[in-house]
Design a protein around this ligand. Structure first.
Ligand SMILES: [Zn+2]
Length: 235
């Protein structure tokens, strides 16, 4: 092979290598931009089983603690979030209050929970509670939503699904939160509080204690979250 041909081939190889490197670099940069964009838009489902530890919340006629029902549903909801590949945080994973202080303060506990939500990336906050009433008659779910963008939509979807699946005869509607609810009134992110049922209603209380019923509640909440995410083009 002549020196001219060897030189031409060498230049061709170098050109191809440079071209390949440029294509690879473009691909890598595009993938990085996509990953950065994904990271920015990725939402974190923040699950907050209300009360805990010294704060039992409402107590049923048989001594069932609201805080225990809230935790059972929260754990099931977290398992479903994992199953569906949704980023999530569970605010408490056991029977404890959020702040480890010697002197329990409800206000400080609510502050701690609020700060934890605010520390998450693009949080969507779902608080789980049970309702209580002086008489046994009221029953069913009630969703309350915050003022932040997306809250009313998430609350309305969740409330409608809970009623459709569990309380089809209920005429209750999702309601905006009052300032009395500390966490909801201090969050700007999509945020709702779900009163799953009444511990003061005997039928509700029996249902709320059943693992199968708790799973139905968790699955309905998870389905509502996914529906909300799809509506807002985030998944
Ligand atoms: Zn409560």
């Amino acid at each position: 092979m002549s020196r001219f041909l060897r030189g031409t081939r060498a230049r061709l190889v170098i050109l191809l290598v440079l071209l390949g490197a440029a294509v690879l670099l473009t691909f890598v940069l595009e993938r990085k931009q996509e990953t950065d964009a994904d990271a920015r838009t990725r939402m974190t489902l923040v699950i907050d089983p209300g009360h805990g530890g010294i704060d039992s919340g409402a107590v049923g006629a048989d001594g069932t603690r609201e805080s225990d029902i809230n935790l059972a549903i929260g754990l099931k909801l977290r398992a479903l979030a994992e199953l569906y590949g949704q980023d999530n945080t569970l605010i408490r994973q056991d029977d404890s209050t959020k702040c480890d202080t010697d002197a329990y303060s409800e206000h400080r506990d609510l502050e701690c929970r609020t700060e934890l939500v605010q520390a998450q990336q693009n949080p969507v906050y779902i608080s789980i509670h049970q309702n209580d009433y002086p008489t046994a008659q009221p029953s069913g779910s009630q969703v309350i939503y915050a003022a932040g963008e997306g809250s009313a939509e998430l609350g309305t979807i969740t409330h409608a699904n809970l009623l459709q699946n569990l309380y089809p005869s209920s005429r209750r509607v999702a309601e905006p939160a009052t300032r009395r609810l500390y966490i909801l009134s201090h969050l700007d992110c999509p945020a709702i509080l779900i009163e799953c049922g009444f511990v003061s209603n005997p039928t509700d209380l029996e249902n709320l204690k059943k693992p199968g019923y708790q799973t139905t509640l968790a699955a309905t909440i998870m389905g509502s979250y996914l529906q909300y995410m799809q509506n807002t083009v985030r998944i």
